[in-house]
Design a protein around this ligand. Sequence first.
Ligand SMILES: NC(=O)c1ccc[n+]([C@@H]2O[C@H](COP(=O)([O-])OP(=O)(O)OC[C@H]3O[C@@H](n4cnc5c(N)ncnc54)[C@H](OP(=O)(O)O)[C@@H]3O)[C@@H](O)[C@H]2O)c1
Length: 276
Amino acid sequence: MKYRYGKNVFITGASSGIGKATAHTLAKSGFHVYGISRSGGEDTDYGDGFVQMLKMDVTLDDSVRAVTDEVMRRAGSIDILINAAGTGVCGAVDECSAQDAYMQMNTNYLGVIRMINAVVPDMRKRKCGLCINIGSVGGIFAIPFQSLYSSSKFAVEALTECMRIELKPFGVKACLIEPGDIKTGFTAARTYAEKAKNSEYGEPFSRAIAQMEKDEQGGASPQIIANAILKMIKRKNPPVRKVVGGMYSFFRFLKRVFPDRLVEFILTAMYPGLKK
Ligand SMILES: NC(=O)c1ccc[n+]([C@@H]2O[C@H](COP(=O)([O-])OP(=O)(O)OC[C@H]3O[C@@H](n4cnc5c(N)ncnc54)[C@H](OP(=O)(O)O)[C@@H]3O)[C@@H](O)[C@H]2O)c1
């Protein structure tokens, strides 16, 4: 059943990539989509469904509160929350400061917490709702020179697992979509930790980042994630997580069955310039 949670969807990061593809796919399917990003975006009417774009910054408490209140006033309720806003901060572990870590966490993790604080209490009262958090394969495997990004996505994994258990008695569901390499604006938006701008790690660092950029830009269309989300919304009991894109669901299986050292060896071998 398509509208088992209701028609009103709130999507963060809806101006680009995965969030944008999801917003339009759901609106074409009749959902009333309220999308946000710092830059806003164009509204689109599809007849039954629509995308209305608003400006909001997930790193700012007041911005989140004001915009979610406004959407609840306009729509009556937020039935489905999709947390897709995200950025990547790269750098070797000892070249990433606490400030760099805070910036990464503030968007990818604290941003999700702000959204949950603003939206879930009403879902709980209504005893209905679905939260879909966009994780990453970087939340399953720790990716070299992306320790902050991987940490933020590991944190979203834990958060989602707890949401499922705690919210189950209230009929509110939660799940993760874990994209592999997807061709979006994410690559161009990636920033460097302050010290990593002149990294002492030299070529292994620059080659690993170049490899990641190549993988992302050679990756699948964000539409495959949007399609997976639409399928997830139709499910009565969404699974804990769904890996989408590339050969990563196979890798996830390997992580479950292979010893940690072997997984580490394979990951190291994937990035040229890193010593095996
Ligand atoms: N692309 C991949 O290969 C890949 C792989 C695994 C996971 N993911 C995850 O997928 C999610 C979506 O990424 P994407 O690939 O679609 O990247 P994208 O094309 O760069 O889209 C990111 C979106 O987030 C918004 N955003 C960033 N910071 C924000 C903030 N502080 N407040 C509100 N909105 C903010 C951006 O808009 P503004 O800049 O206008 O705010 C944009 O709409 C992220 O969580 C990312 O970690 C991506």
